[in-house]
Design a binder for this molecule. Structure first.
Ligand code: DWN
Ligand code: SAH
Length: 406
């Protein structure tokens, strides 16, 4: 068993999902026999408070020139990043010629806002296909994995950064010490690291176990981020809860002592204590909740199948790979998954091998039930799917609990 990725103490997993495929490994039928699987297990470190994967997948298996997730598939997320960029500019970019670096900049959804405002910027995006999409939008991007070595190179070519940003990327990087060491080097004395990721408190409260998959090595809290920051002479100076991706937290870090610490940090740490995020019992309970959720979803879908009713998945999310494989959802239970991303369409979902079909097919032949794998985008999806409801279609959701929406 791997030691803790943060403090190297021995780890004991509290939950095992069994063998899982690559969450974004959408594949063709002739690739089924070679499909890669690994043990998806989660552990909590009582010392540094980090919840993390106990086994890791090599980064090149996940992030490459055929990466299936393009950030700009959600219009609400584009709006979110527009506001995020405006807030960074207003709050932290006071210099005459500010320089902004983004890790995991994907197709440029955030940095395009800085590019349009003529702010000096650089995107670091190892998945070459999404990096190319960003470059085409005029976003300056290099296709590499960020780490301490790359930070030193950027320091030479571009100079120090006013802000280093990351959305849904920091939790993807198990070699986080190298990333934090790089951030420490690259930031100006008053520079800030701002990142947001799915928040552990929301995962525990909403039983959103589908946030757990190969790409998500960490499930952060204010406690664990503070601990990690302290090992690199950095300091957590602010926390801002976000609604996106089912409940995220934005963390702001500066060099130790450079900024006053917002009272929001202590308030969140108190809330985490009340939630029991430092207690192993919390995770034992989470495991029981997850198992119950799995059994309920499977039972509901079996009832619908036995009644001859059609169920289709809506949005072939990375998260759906955990749900379909952990709950044993076969194409007999979920006829197909509708998705708007061209590179996923015509392929099969990882592990469970449910066909992924273009969104137009969902529209052309509505199922009785839509299983909302993109539950984190429920508002956006419900707003555009009123005709499905009007035609008698119903939504099944499983976060925060398994239910059919009426
Ligand atoms: O952390 C991560 C987050 C930011 O994005 C990555 N590890 C991978 C990815 O996770 P995900 O795949 O669970 O992301 P989303 O944004 O929940 O889902 C995106 C998928 O949903 C795309 O394939 C497009 C699809 N979709 C759709 O078919 N119709 C999305 C929307 C909003 C829609 O209306
Ligand atoms: N920021 C975007 C994309 C999140 S998906 C959004 O919020 O929508 C995670 C992204 O991180 C992927 O595009 C992946 O290629 C990238 N990534 C993975 N490891 C990385 C690393 N070490 N440095 C920079 N980016 C990385």
């Amino acid at each position: 068993m791997k030691p803790c990725l943060i403090c190297e103490r021995p780890l004991e997993p509290f939950l095992s999902f069994g063998k899982m495929p690559i969450a974004n490994g959408f594949l063709c039928a002739d690739q089924f026999s070679d499909e890669y699987f690994f043990e998806l297990k989660v552990a909590f470190c009582e010392h540094c408070r980090m919840v993390q994967l106990a086994e890791l997948v090599e980064r090149e298996r996940m992030f490459h020139e055929n990466y299936a997730f393009f950030s700009s598939t959600s219009t609400r997320m584009a709006q979110h990043f527009q506001k995020f960029a405006a807030w960074v500019k207003q709050t932290y970019l006071s210099d005459e010629d500010p320089f902004v670096v983004e890790l995991g900049s994907n197709d440029g959804i955030m940095l395009q806002n800085f590019a349009e405002a003529n702010v000096r910027h650089l995107g670091i995006e190892p998945s070459a296909n999404v990096a190319e999409a960003a470059s085409k939008k005029g976003v300056r991007t290099i296709s590499q994995f960020f780490d301490e070595g790359l930070a030193s190179e950027i320091l030479v070519t571009d100079g120090p950064a006013d802000a280093i940003l990351g959305a849904n990327v920091m939790c993807h990087i198990p070699y986080i010490h190298s990333v934090f060491a790089g951030v420490k080097k690259l930031l100006k004395p008053r520079g800030v690291l701002v990142f947001e990721d799915p928040y552990l408190g929301d995962i525990v409260e909403k039983i959103s176990y589908d946030q757990i998959y190969d790409e998500h090595a960490f499930y952060f809290s204010a406690e664990s981020v503070s601990f990690l920051a302290s090992l690199h002479e950095l300091e957590l100076i602010d926390v801002l809860p976000q609604h996106v991706h089912g409940g995220s937290m934005r963390y702001v870090l500066g060099h130790r002592g450079a900024y006053p610490i917002s009272p929001a940090v202590d308030r969140l740490r108190e809330k985490e204590a009340t939630l029991g995020l430092a207690l192993p019992e919390t995770y034992a309970q989470l495991r029981r909740n997850i198992e119950a959720s799995r059994d309920q979803l499977r039972q509901l879908l079996e009832e619908f199948r036995n009644a001859g009713q059609r169920v289709a998945g809506y949005a072939a999310t990375s998260k759906s790979t955990t749900v379909t494989n952990y709950c044993g959802l076969t194409p007999q239970l979920v006829e197909f998954i509708s998705d708007t991303t061209p590179i996923k369409q015509g392929k099969f979902s990882p592990g469970a091998h449910i066909p992924v079909r273009p969104y137009e097919e969902f529209k052309a032949n509505y199922p009785d039930y839509g299983l909302l794998f993109g539950w984190n985008h429920a508002e956006e999806i419900m707003a555009k799917e009123q005709a499905f409801k009007a035609a008698g279609g119903k939504w099944i959701i499983y976060v925060p609990r398994v239910q059919v929406l009426v």
